[in-house]
Design a protein around this ligand. Sequence first.
Ligand code: HEC
Ligand code: HEC
Length: 379
Amino acid sequence: MMEFWRCCKKGAVIISSLLMLLVIFAACEEPDPPAFGEDLSSFPYNPQAYSIEVPQHFNPVPVPANNPMTTDGVALGRYLFYDPILSVDSTISCASCHKQAFAFSDNSALSIGVGDTEGIRNSMSLANVGFYDDGLFWDGRVGTLEEQSLHPIEDPLEMKDTWSNVEDKLRRHPDYQKRFRAAFGIENSNEITRDLVTKALAQFERTLISGTAKYDFSEFDWGQDQQFFSSAELRGRNLFFDEPSDPNAPHPGCSHCHTSVLLTTNEYSNNGLDEAPELTEFDDKGRGAVTGYLIDNGKFRVPTLRNVELTAPYMHDGRFETLEEVLDHYSSGGHYAPNLDANITAFPLTAEQKSDLLAFLKTMTDTDFVENPAFSSPF
Ligand code: HEC
Ligand code: HEC
């Protein structure tokens, strides 16, 4: 009997020492997030519908049924947009390349990502981006804002992170746990997914409405009499929009492609930037790489001209530094390619006409938009 107890005691000592060791080992290891995540159900969730205010001459912003706008969703999207946590080394946020002061574009020819890596395209303005949900990027390769924001995170030339890592960082972040709860009513931090990140970003982006420039007041007759075009701006406006009675007479014809409220037809065209006697000769195939049609090579989406004074440098590769250079390009008639758009033809441009056109382009600058505190960094 004694023997048995002694043996048992020894065994117990060994077992308990082993257990102790295990406990010590476990304590030394990195604390893993509990597989079950944090319970968030005690944090507030009172969704308030957010209605996007648009000027009277705008259509309503299309909002997908599976991502209704809420005040907390927009607020969360704004945090995420400005937070470098979405990049691998916490150096780059969406706002690094989409700066409010430049109408949410940036001022480098090709955008600069993590580790100062240069991208291949010029950053785009996000003014009124909620209206372009049928083809985003210069080549229209993605359909929706939700889908769009999946890309920069893992792009090695942009934020260079992985989605699983970003999800992990956000799930462990106490502030984001509460913000995702408030925006989407999730019960547990493990429900923070890329799907919800992109939904929140898209909600914030849909609020970026620019429609209070002098162009809006004068062109759409808001009755704000002090905002009417000056005579130089009006002459520029007429050069931009007017159609001569003889359609073959040389004229700028800008409004064939940049027109109406959004100042773009949102179509794809070759505006003559590169000489390409054969359609295979474009360095950047643009739309052609998306559709696979040779005829689309060298075509790019017609960009909006809203706030164009602030979005230099210009074109998909930022090749022109100033609007003067842009006008010189158009008045020269551009470079030949078999798919050069028929609306790109040489036209004479006197010094006065050039400055009139410039004056008109500057009426598209929307100071309210670039100074709106609701769009600025929340940090
Ligand atoms: C390193 C710079 C960079 C970062 C970071 C970046 N973008 Fe962009 N963004 C660009 C460039 C360049 C384009 C155009 C790319 C192209 O057409 O291939 C673009 C295009 C877009 C567009 C398309 C706009 C349109 O009219 O088609 C949206 C929307 C956008 N970015 C949102 C975001 C969001 C949201 C983030 C953060 C998750 C982000 N971007 C991060 C540089 C950047
Ligand atoms: C055939 C259609 C077409 C016509 C006509 C046209 N554009 Fe464009 N415009 C485009 C396209 C397409 C781009 C983008 C091209 C690219 O980057 O490859 C562009 C780009 C621009 C840009 C650069 C915007 C930015 O954010 O980078 C400006 C400025 C501009 N156009 C002004 C004008 C003016 C002024 C006129 C009239 C003199 C004009 N456009 C006529 C199609 C057109």
